[in-house]
Each structure stands twice: as C-alpha cells, then as structure tokens.
Design a binder for this molecule. Structure first.
Ligand SMILES: [Zn+2]
Length: 674
C-alpha cells in the first residue's frame, strides 16, 4: 500500500496518515533525494539555476511537506505512538540536513551559480544563493573531516535532546493534578473552570474538584482565585515543572539543560564562534552581542521608573507585601477598581466565533482578501477547521487549519507553523498552507468558548504570523513566507497585528455580548484602553529579564563551569527585576522557547521586533488604521518579501526611515506615569 505521507499532490490526508508511516516515508524520500543529488552533482556542465537551484528547492520543499504533518501531529495529538514516530524520524531529518549543508561539492556548485549570475539577476535568487552559502559556512563545510563528523554528532544530539526537553514539560504538566473538596478553593474562579474541575473530579471518581495544570486553568487560578493557598499551589506547580523541585522528579530537565548548553557551545566553537550567542547572531538583524545587550539595557533603564511606580501603586492598593502568586490576582483587582474593567466581564463580549469573524474582517479590510471556510477537508481532530484566503480577484492565495482549544496531550501555548510553503518554480505553482494552534478554553456544554481579551490579542498575533506565511509573493520556498527572515524580525508581523486588538473599530466587530448579543460599548472599551498601560512597564522588565537571561546564558558559557543557569538568572533578576521569586522557582526548566525552540540566544527578538511593530503601526496611526495605501506598502515591503532582501532596507522602504524606540515606549505608557 502506498504511504499517504508521500502523497504531496494535495493537502495532507490526515484521515489516512498514521504514526507507522513516518519513518518509512522519510527513509524512502531521503534515499531518493540522495540519488537525485548525486545525479545533479555528476553533471558535466557548469551549474546554473535550472540545473541546480530549481531541483534543490523542489527537494527541500518536498521534504518539508512530508515532515510537516509528522512534527505537527506529535505536538497536537495525545498519542504516544506519534511521539515515538517523531523521535525515531527526527535523527534522519537532522542527519540529512547536516549532510547537505556540509557537502563540499554542493557548496561549490552554489558558488559556481553565484559567480555566473548576470548583473540583472532576480534579487530574490541572489539573496537565496547568498543565504545558502552562508549556511554552508555555518555548518562547517570547509572544516577537516573529523570536525565535520563531530558537528554532525552534535547536531543530532541537540535535535533529539531539545525534543526531550519539550516532551518532559508536556508530561510534567499533563500528569499534575490537584484535588480538593474544600468549598472555598473555587471562590472567585470563572464558572467554566469550576465546571471543568468538577467534571474531571467525577470522571476520576472523587468528590469536589480536580484541577489540571493546562494554561487556561493555571491562568484563571492566578488571576481570579481568591484562595491564596490555591494560587500558591499553582504557582509552585507551574514554576517547578520538569525540575528538581517538582513533586515528581521523573521529568527533571536539570541535566538536559547542562547538556544542551554544552552541546551548543561546542558546535558554535567548531564553526569558529566564541560562543553560541555569537553563532546565533550570524543569522539575525542585530549586529553584535553588544548591540543586543545595550538595546535591552536601554529599554530596561527607560522602563524602570514607571515600573517602580506601578509596583508602589499595587502595594499601596493591596496594603500588604506581595508574593509572586499575588501579582496577577491583585493586578486584576486593581484594574477592576481603577478602570472598572474585569477580565471575566470582558470575556462575555468575546465569543470565539465573533472574534474569529472580526479578525478575518481586519485582514479583509487591510489587504482586500477574503477568508472562507471549507468543510470538505480531512483533519486530525473534530475541533479543527480549515479556511481559504483569496485575493480581491478571487484567486486563491493560501489556506490554513485552526486547532484552537486546549486538550490533554496537546503542547501548550500558541503558534503558527507551516504545512506547505509557497513554491512557484519550473512551472508548478503550490499555494502555502499553515497551522494556527492555540490553547483557548474548550467550548462549554452549549458549545461556546469565550475568550479573554488577552486570548483575543493572542489570536491576532498568530494570525499575523499566518498572513506573513500566506501572503508571500516569493516563489522560492527556502526564502518564501517566514523562511530566510531573520529571527529577530519574524515577530514583527505578529506583534504588528496585536495592535488592532486595541482599536475600538476592530473590537466593536469582534464582540457580541453573551446576554444581549450587542457589541462592546464605547465606555467599556475606553476602560479597557485606559487599563492597557497599567502593568506594562513591569511586564516589559519581565520580558527583558527573560531576554537577558537567555542571552547571557549563551554568551557567557564556560565549559569549565557548566551552564550556571540559576546563578545567571539570579544575577539578571537582581539587576533588572522588581519582583522577587522564591528559591524554589525553576523558570529555566520549562523555558522551552530557548531550550527546545528556535529562540536560543534569540529571546530578545520579541522586544527587538516589538520596536519595529510599534513603529510600523504608528505609520497607520499617523494616517488611519485601515489606510489602504499604508497597508499596501506594509504588505508589499514587509509581508510579501520573505527572506529575499535585507530586512532593515525593507523596513526603511516601508517607513521611510529606521525604526525608533519612541512608538513602543509611548504605546506602553512608559515615561507617562513618571
Ligand atoms: Zn509569535
């Protein structure tokens, strides 16, 4: 029987794809690609675009199409067989990737094409080749064989151990529960959370409430739980996940952190960098470690005074000294008191279905596209939906799946991932497809799910990534959509979109009150808007704390001394943070962005790109938020270009100048309160 993963003629056939297809599909495809590559390199004539770039792009596109469902399904399905299949297949993918980027013959072929490019060659093609040549260097193509071999071993182990890091967090989270019969445990909690906890107690044949550690529950307890002990219990459980301080030690990530850091340092040194931070910057907008640290320090300095005032106001309001498990709770109380706005009341305005239509409406208004659901598509779960985006002339641009509600076994957080990357070379035109995944509260008994305003912002964020992936005009897959975009610019389109979730004209269309069906009244919005800045400076310091920790961890690594994650974190906290954390706090152990994801020595990217996003949005504020000319310029200069040009040049083409910190500081109300 044929392997459904290898059928790349249309969308993945999720009904037919099973874990046992993963490894054989990958083996077969990689073997075929090796043969094809050998044939390409054996050609007697000099290489040109048609003989080299086109087939190489075709192969990498095909491989990513086959791999995409494997990576995706293991993160959204509660199925150990998928995880095994993923873990078993990942080494093949890593090995093949390194083999390609260390192939001297292949590198020479790219150089040859580069040398022979005519002066008027497509700039996108030129950018692609430059990027490939850079990646050959970064994989140590020119090194002696022994070092290349060591590089390959390291790359293998890094990929595998990062996956284990993430899986440990997921298992630690999924296996935790807290059961209680104490009536006051649920005081203040939203009805949906109480209902879920009560239903879970019943299905576990116990009395009272059975709480899980999924993000919606954790967030609700920290924000609304009147019971301080319950908040402390959740804080402890959350901040010690997968650590030596957790109740269950079988998912402890301590050793894994040490190993990851040591492997990363070694791989960076092999290819000629002092440390992994320097290696990470080789592919980013930021020019040097100094530039990153100075950027973060400047932001911290500018935010500190306002943050101190915020903290003082909060302490005065509560009249007590605050523990880390008190902040969200009292922040919420203070917002209710001062701005007459409450998370739970706002939530009644945001039924998921209305929010979704509102978001699609924003994209339609900005870019003249339309988003329509298609129900005739195979998916992996009953809650999954599929949408198609078309241009004004009805031409299909791309499409995406949504999988938005929390469930056991699904990786936490929210993200956008590629299913199919845009490709239009050698006469075949493939439209891009993406996955949009969130962990919103699951629909209640009536089938409705209500989102907090924070959830609404998250959905705008991920949809921003999706538009970046789908609206690309670049047709070479390796630099199309988000590919080839420097990592510290990738969060620009997403954080840019968040701004629309703070505009009345937009929220009016995203809202329909649970009881009246009416959209959000102006005065409710005004209160929300007024509350936006409160706590922003503290939140800014928190992000800078994470970013500096990540960067110093990688920049200062010393093989003699080990990772030193906790001492470095404590030093950064002493320097930047205003909120003290208890000694048992183990933030690094569940910091998957940097230990499992692509943000290693790159977490600063969020702040870096947020500066760009705020500055870009200011261009809309200077005209109007739906100004077509500005939107078209943003689409053409930023969203569509993928990795085809220098990002700062592109930004200047959109904005007419370099970005400044001003818009972000203004937007965050920093300096105002002082
Ligand atoms: Zn993002």
């Amino acid at each position: 029987m044929s392997n459904p993963l290898l059928d790349t003629s249309g969308l993945p056939n999720f009904d037919a794809i099973k874990p046992q297809h993963a490894l054989p599909a990958l083996q077969e495809l990689i073997a075929a690609h090796r043969q094809k590559l050998a044939d390409i390199l054996a050609q007697p004539d000099a290489h040109d675009c048609a003989s080299l770039i086109t087939p190489m792009e075709e192969m990498s596109h095909e491989l990513s199409r086959v791999w995409s469902p494997i990576g995706h399904l293991q993160s959204v399905l509660d199925d150990p067989a998928w995880r095994d299949a993923y873990n078993e297949s990942l080494p093949l993918l890593t090995e093949h990737g390194t083999e390609l980027s260390q192939n001297n013959e292949l590198q020479k072929a790219y150089s040859q094409v580069s040398d022979n490019l005519p002066a008027d060659a497509d700039p996108a093609l030129r950018a692609l080749i430059e990027q490939e040549l850079r990646d050959f260097r970064l994989a140590g193509v020119a090194l002696p064989e022994a070092q290349k071999t060591r590089y390959r071993e390291l790359a293998q182990e890094i990929a595998a151990i990062q996956a284990t890091f993430e899986q440990n967090i997921q298992d630690a989270t999924d296996h935790w529960h807290y059961q209680t019969v104490a009536g006051d445990a649920v005081t203040g909690l939203p009805a949906s959370v109480r209902q879920r906890a009560s239903a879970d107690a019943k299905s576990n044949n116990v009395e009272g409430w059975w709480f899980k550690l999924d993000y919606p529950t954790y967030h609700a307890v920290m924000t609304h739980g009147e019971n301080r002990e319950l908040r402390e219990t959740f804080y402890r459980a959350w901040s010690t996940r997968a650590s030596d301080q957790a109740a269950d030690l079988q998912w402890d990530n301590s050793e894994i952190i040490e190993r990851i850091m040591s492997l990363r340092h070694e791989i960076a040194e092999i290819v000629g960098f002092d440390n992994y931070a320097a290696y990470s910057l080789a592919t980013k907008m930021a020019g040097s470690a100094n530039e990153v640290t100075e950027f973060l320090t400047e932001l911290a300095d500018k935010s500190r005074q306002t943050a101190k005032i915020e903290l003082e106001q909060l302490t005065t309001f509560t009249g007590r000294s605050l523990q880390p498990w008190d902040f969200s709770f009292y922040m919420e109380k203070l917002k209710q008191d001062r701005f007459a706005t409450s998370d739970e009341e706002l939530k009644l305005y945001f039924p998921f279905a209305t929010v979704k239509q509102g978001i699609f409406g924003v994209a339609e208004q900005l870019y003249g596209i339309s988003v329509v659901e298609n129900t005739n598509v195979s998916t992996w779960h009953e809650n999954v939906k599929y949408f198609e985006i078309s241009n004004a002339n009805n031409e299909l641009v791309g499409s995406f799946y949504t999988d938005l509600f929390a469930r056991n076994g699904k990786r936490g957080g929210a993200w956008m991932d590629e299913c199919v990357v845009r490709k239009d070379i050698a006469g075949t035109d493939t439209r891009p497809v993406g996955y949009l995944v969130c962990n919103f509260p699951p629909p209640d008994e009536s089938g409705a799910s209500f989102l907090t305003h924070t959830d609404v912002v998250t959905l705008f964020h991920e949809f921003g990534h999706m538009l970046h992936h789908l609206l690309t005009r670049i047709t070479y897959p390796s630099i199309s959509g988000i590919n080839g975009v420097p990592w510290d610019a990738v969060e620009l389109p997403s954080q840019f979109m968040e701004n629309f979730a703070w505009c009345y004209d937009v929220l009016e269309k995203c809202s329909a009150h649970q009881d009246s069906g009416k959209s959000m009244p102006r005065e409710v919005f005004d209160n929300l808007q007024a509350s936006r800045n409160f706590g922003e400076a503290l939140a800014m310091l928190r992000q800078i704390e994470l970013a500096l920790f990540d960067f110093r961890l990688h920049a200062n690594y010393d093989p003699e001394k080990g990772a030193n994650a906790l001492p470095i974190l404590n030093a950064v906290r002493a320097e930047v943070a205003l909120i003290r954390h208890p000694d048992f706090n183990r933030l690094p152990h569940s910091f998957s962005h940097i230990f499992a994801g692509g943000y290693a020595a790159g977490y600063y990217s969020y702040k870096w790109a947020e500066v760009l996003a705020a500055d870009a949005f200011a261009a809309f504020e200077e005209t109007s938020i739906f100004d077509r000319a500005t939107a078209t310029r943003f689409r053409e200069e930023i969203l569509e270009i993928g990795g085809s040009r220098d990002f700062m040049d592109a930004y200047i083409a959109f904005r007419g100048r370099k970005p400044t910190l001003d818009a972000l500081l203004r937007q965050s109300g920093i300096g105002k309160a002082a």
